[in-house]
Ligand binder design. Structure first.
Ligand code: TYD
Length: 218
């Protein structure tokens, strides 16, 4: 189904800088007078925030991969219904921090859930809603582990369940993102997340503007 708005998602390993970059784009596009909605997963709704607490908190202990998968999709189904679809119907550009590609990368490649099962749940629960453009900010697994460790130390915050697993999980997840990007090169754009903030911003701006210009030309 086509909507008047557009869904642009930001993806990458923990600590890749996507949240800062998403906010910079939101600010830039708002100054152009565009209707922008900023949201994130898991989260974005009251139910989503409660689910986020369950999936990220180390207090949840070892969740079965199927449980983790079901919770991510439960949060997403509510998010689409309550926030994303209405915004797309109203013509907004929705900038979403993580979406279904995170589930494929983390639960699929990271946890070993069969990719066909994820695709089936996506069809059933999320009507297969696909982003128009996805920015994948690529950093290596070592950098992700270092950045999340120092971020948590600085904020006196404990590690999330995903960060606790560190390098090995991040390596599998990164490989997953690359597989996804190879499969869908027109939608998923790889940006070097190791570059400085200004350089990454410029690369993302180029992709976003190209997409918006093409859209207006149609
Ligand atoms: P996020 O808050 O974006 O963390 P960060 O800012 O460190 O990148 O994401 C929270 C965690 O949830 C992150 O480790 C990835 C994980 N996650 C999944 O495993 N599957 C999913 O479908 C989503 C949306 C997130």
């Amino acid at each position: 189904m086509k909507y008047p708005g557009a869904l642009i998602t930001f993806e990458g390993l923990d600590g890749c800088g996507k949240t800062t970059q998403l906010e910079l784009q939101a600010e830039r596009l708002r100054t152009q007078g565009r209707a922008i909605m900023v949201t994130r997963e898991p989260g974005g709704t009251a139910v989503g925030r409660q689910i986020r607490e369950i999936v990220l908190s180390p207090a949840s202990g070892r969740l079965a991969p199927a449980t983790e998968l079901a919770l991510m999709f439960a949060a997403r189904a509510q998010h689409i219904e309550e926030v994303i679809r209405p915004a797309l119907q109203a013509g907004s550009i929705v900038l979403c921090d993580r979406f279904t590609d995170s589930t494929v990368a983390y639960q699929g490649y990271g946890r070993g859930v069969p990719l066909d099962d994820i695709a089936a749940l996506n069809r059933i629960l999320c009507c297969g809603l696909q982003p128009n453009i996805t920015l994948f900010l690529d950093i290596d697994a070592e950098t992700a582990a270092e950045r999340t460790n120092s971020r948590n130390r600085a904020a006196l915050q404990e590690q999330t369940r995903f960060e606790e697993e560190g390098l090995e999980l991040f390596r599998r997840v990164r490989h997953g993102y690359h597989e996804l990007a190879n499969r869908e090169p027109a939608r998923i754009r790889v940006v070097n997340g190791m570059a400085g903030i200004a350089e990454v911003h410029e690369a993302i701006t180029h992709v976003v503007d190209e997409f918006l210009d093409n859209r207006l030309a149609r």
